[in-house]
Design a protein around this ligand. Structure first.
Ligand SMILES: C[S@@+](CC[C@H](N)C(=O)[O-])C[C@H]1O[C@@H](n2cnc3c(N)ncnc32)[C@H](O)[C@@H]1O
Length: 238
């Protein structure tokens, strides 16, 4: 696994971005960098995220803000004060400052990831940055581990294409959402200059169909992100 992480660093940015600031080694430009992106294959994309400190230089690169538009993403999800939000595939916690502000002290952010190193990284960051309402937890790759009707909002950024059985996962998320609750899937468009290789990319319409099949009311959001789409899906109230 460690060898894969090194290969990843040499190949350049992962699906979290990092288009403008490559890590340690020089990265090949554009799609060439992603053609050799390790661990991705048809159906879903596995990836090695064990080197959290390395991925922090990619995911938390301040230059990401210009295209990731985290305030806009969070505004679309619209979490409110006191709500419980699950951030699935939370990575190094890029979205946590925005989410924690939105729900306030009475709310809670569940920062969930299947990679223990990422969860440990977020837990340390939560302590250092005084995010008192962020709880970091390891989850299984095929199960968000959320209680029935236990969350108001779910955010999944650059992670949907990693899930092994998306229809089944969508059904679990539909169960976990409270009636009227919303989830947002943000992922790279087919022509984005960064992100997973072509074989692992999903159209927004595909994601929306997967969420609709799970019983949610899905729509492709109107937004201004240059490289990603946002699919919003709400659980009916009855
Ligand atoms: C590209 S990163 C995105 C991180 C974060 N959402 C962000 O926008 O910066 C993908 C994250 O999803 C996690 N991940 C991959 N497969 C997963 C799965 N099946 N369940 C939960 N997390 C997963 C990885 O460990 C990694 O932290």
């Amino acid at each position: 696994m460690k060898r894969l992480a090194i290969v990843g660093a040499l190949l350049g940015p992962a699906c979290g971005g990092g288009a403008t600031k490559p890590p340690a080694a020089p990265a090949p430009a554009g799609h060439a960098a992603h053609a050799g992106h390790h661990g991705h294959h048809a159906g879903h994309a596995a990836h090695d995220f064990a080197d959290a400190a390395h991925w922090a230089t990619v995911f938390d690169d301040p230059a990401r803000d210009a295209w990731q538009k985290p305030d806009e993403v969070v505004a679309l999800l619209a979490p409110g004060p006191g709500q419980i939000v699950a951030d699935i595939g939370a990575g190094t916690g890029y979205f946590e400052p925005y989410l924690t502000r939105a729900v306030g002290g009475a709310g809670k952010i569940l920062a969930l990831d299947s990679e223990p190193a990422m969860v440990a990284y977020i837990a340390q960051r939560a302590t250092a940055e005084l995010w008192s309402n962020v709880v970091a937890q390891v989850i299984a790759a095929d199960d968000p581990g959320l209680p029935t009707a236990g969350v108001d909002r779910v955010l999944i950024v650059d992670t949907w294409h990693h899930l092994p059985d998306r229809p089944r996962y969508a059904a679990k998320l539909a169960l976990a959402l409270r009636p009227g609750g919303t989830l947002a899937v943000v992922d790279f468009t087919r022509d984005a200059p960064m992100g997973p290789p072509a074989v692992a990319r999903l159209d927004a319409a595909t994601v929306a169909a997967e969420l609709t099949a799970a019983g949610l009311v899905a729509r492709i959001a109107d937004e201004s992100l240059p490289h990603q789409y946002v699919v919003l899906a709400t659980k009916p109230t009855r």
